[in-house]
Write a protein that binds this ligand. Structure first.
Ligand code: IMP
Length: 424
């Protein structure tokens, strides 16, 4: 059974917990897109693991972990994560596989991300400043790209870096009056990364197809969410990769027909970090109530997340383009205590109602949500393990979401721990 898990909103839907639950049965867990802009915390017993690049399976000694070609790897972050797991007695030797074709995020990418965002003032994208956009731009541009395989040929890498850093320094000085970076220093760091990472480098596409041929169970772990997809999200306020399930094939070299189930993860409300239109945003007390109860602060940046009502127009769009078979609805417990809940079921744009999500942000910025209002519930539902035990209003809220999004909700999150999950 091969499964792909993706976010259906603007990221931070709680994918980490679902991946962690399903990783128990998987032979391999695969990251196929994004980079250290993603972040999730896996809790095993009393130990917390904060991961940005390693797939969630990393904390399970029996599970293979693949970082496939579509990921942009910050080697500083990755070697740090490998070391910190080793300190907790968890070794990745022989079970971590890094694609030779994945691209490296180096210091000049992070510098460029920061310089550009600073220069944009109120028009900034609100990136995580992890160098993601500049690295993917170099990948597409090809001339200045550095791939994981380059770590295995340090002489050539040294020459490459001299040219690249010289070019970047000229651009940064001209555009931002920035101090030059030293290619020597970046190369020295790369020597250390090479020592630690070269043993893990391989052809992950071949490895995955061999695993498929042998009937192994593979879990593909998406990063961010469908509305942050470079092509299908709310451009330009998106990330620089195909964060929807559509990115899985290119990012891992595996066709969708080899995946048995696509699970989309959504929160029972909506959050967003960074800039960009957000039709159901609640800039009021209810928004703060959700933020505090749901602990809606970024794992990677610590930024408070913008919070709003569940947007069924947006999630239905994500379900449609992503070929989603089932929804995992997270954080239902966070909504306890709100008297009346709203679900956006259509957008009113220029006096017309539409149920199709406009990914063009000029149109989206004009969208007024049309709400279905439903009664909430007061009960603490965080220890409930059966759908039938949930208050009637909570059950109704879930079934309405199924109706509007046209996908069954088969998993419900009622708290951060693994046991606080209802399966239907
Ligand atoms: P970048 O991916 O750092 O370039 O940031 C681009 C946009 O994607 C910004 O709005 C970020 O806040 C958002 N973003 C990137 N990664 C995540 C994530 O893991 N969760 C939520 N938002 C993210």
């Amino acid at each position: 059974m091969n499964t792909c898990i993706v976010g259906l909103q603007w990221g931070d839907e709680g994918k980490g917990k679902i991946v962690d639950i399903l990783a128990e049965k998987a032979n391999l867990v695969v990251r196929y897109g994004g980079g250290a802009n993603a972040g999730h915390t896996v809790v095993i017993g009393d130990t917390k693991f904060a991961l940005h690049l390693l797939p969630s399976g990393a904390v399970r000694p029996e599970t293979g972990c693949v970082i496939a070609n579509g990921v942009v790897i910050d080697p500083d972050c990755l070697t740090g994560e490998i070391d910190s797991l080793a300190e907790k007695g968890i070794s990745l030797k022989g079970r971590l596989f890094i694609s030779q074709n994945a691209h490296l995020v180096l210091d000049y990418h992070k510098a460029e991300d920061q310089l550009r965002e600073n220069s944009l003032g109120k028009n900034k994208i609100g990136t995580t400043i992890r160098g993601i956009g500049p690295c993917y731009a170099d990948k597409v541009g090809r001339t200045f790209a550095v791939r994981v395989a380059d770590l295995a040929d340090l002489d050539t890498l040294k020459q490459k870096l001299t040219k690249i850093v010289d070019y970047k320094n000229k651009v940064f000085a001209a555009l931002y009056n920035a101090e030059p970076l030293s290619s020597e220093e970046i190369f020295k760091k790369c020597q250390l990364y090479a020592e630690k990472l070269v043993p893990f480098i391989t052809d992950t596409t071949r490895l995955l197809h061999t695993a498929i041929d042998h009937g192994k169970s593979i879990l593909f772990e998406g990063a961010q969410g469908t509305l942050l997809d470079l092509d299908h999200g709310t451009f330009p306020f998106v990330t620089s990769s195909n964060a929807s399930s559509l990115g899985m094939s290119a990012g891992a070299g595996v066709p969708a027909r080899d995946v048995d189930k696509f699970i989309g993860v959504a929160k029972a409300y909506t959050t967003r970090v960074g800039s960009g239109p957000f039709p159901t945003e609640l800039d009021n007390e209810t928004g703060s109530y959700i933020r505090d109860r749901g602990n809606e602060y970024g794992t990677t940046t610590g930024r408070p997340r913008r919070c709003g009502w569940f947007d069924a127009v947006a999630v239905r769009y994500s379900v449609t383009i992503g070929g989603i078979d089932a929804i995992a609805l997270m954080h239902l417990d966070t909504l306890s205590g709100i008297k009346q809940l709203n679900i956006a079921t259509a957008y009113r744009i220029n006096s017309e109602d539409s149920t199709f999500f406009p990914s063009n942000i000029e149109t989206l910025a004009k969208a007024q949500p049309v709400y279905q209002t439903v009664a909430g519930w007061d009960e603490d539902i965080s220890e409930m393990t059966d759908f039938d035990d949930l208050p009637q209003n909570a059950q109704r809220y879930v079934t309405l979401i199924e109706d509007f999004t046209r996908a069954p909700v088969t998993i419900i999150g009622v708290g951060p721990k693994r046991r606080q999950t209802i399966f239907r």
